[in-house]
Design a protein around this ligand. Sequence first.
Ligand SMILES: [Zn+2]
Length: 282
Amino acid sequence: MVFRKELAIRAALAAAGAAGLWISWSQPPARQPLTMEKVSANLWVIAGNGGNVAVMPTSEGVAIVDDKFALDAPEIVAKVKTISDKPIRYVLNTHQHGDHTGGNEAMLASGAEVIIQKQARANMVAGKQPGLPRLTFNDEEQLFLGGKEIDAKHFGRGHTNGDAMVYFPTERVLHTGDLYVSSGAPFCDTANGGSIKEWDATVKKALALDFDTVIPGHGAVMKRADLEKWVTTLATLRTRIQAACAGGVEDAGKRMDWSGLAMNGGALFDRGLPGMCRELSR
Ligand SMILES: [Zn+2]
């Protein structure tokens, strides 16, 4: 019975997720102007409005990571033009959420190929999202463009079940997608296979890579030590979420202990909380 109830809840959440949830992410309340900063010798990040976009120009064209909301695509293209006269040829999506894939349709229409982890593409299909990528990978994808290498890696479940981190070996930079955010509490999208049980172990695997700089899914550019600390933070969060859930799912948010964590919840954290409570009760 518990299992059946779980399925019913999941189905309801999936339906809500497909309609309301994604739409709310794809249409931000107020648009912020985008900013661009140089991260390393040959890598830039475009921030503001939606997920952080990494931009790598090469002699054979430009590769970018994520493309924010649909309405941001023209400004992304304009910003890229200020550092390269080549077209955007590849977009690597870190996961399916509309604040990271919203520009896909425009990018595909202009001739770019979009690449995403297999499960994340399936999530896009289930959510009836536009801009479906033509190329997928399971554990790892390697892109060689203009003498540069860009590796997308799926380390396991966390924010969703199809997250990828994108590694730029020549730049010693890692784009983590929403597996790491430096702008507040994380969102665990359990309706799309996210897992608070596995999240820290997933991020820990990325630490085997050789990098100095970290571009989070959202928030300021950080250092390797910050991602190392994030692994501990996720484990602490899990322990505290479990404690908060023990008194009932409905008001678990009110019992969350945020002390010492430099974050204090928020709407997205709260949205993920019931699913995390269910996962941790199993
Ligand atoms: Zn996300």
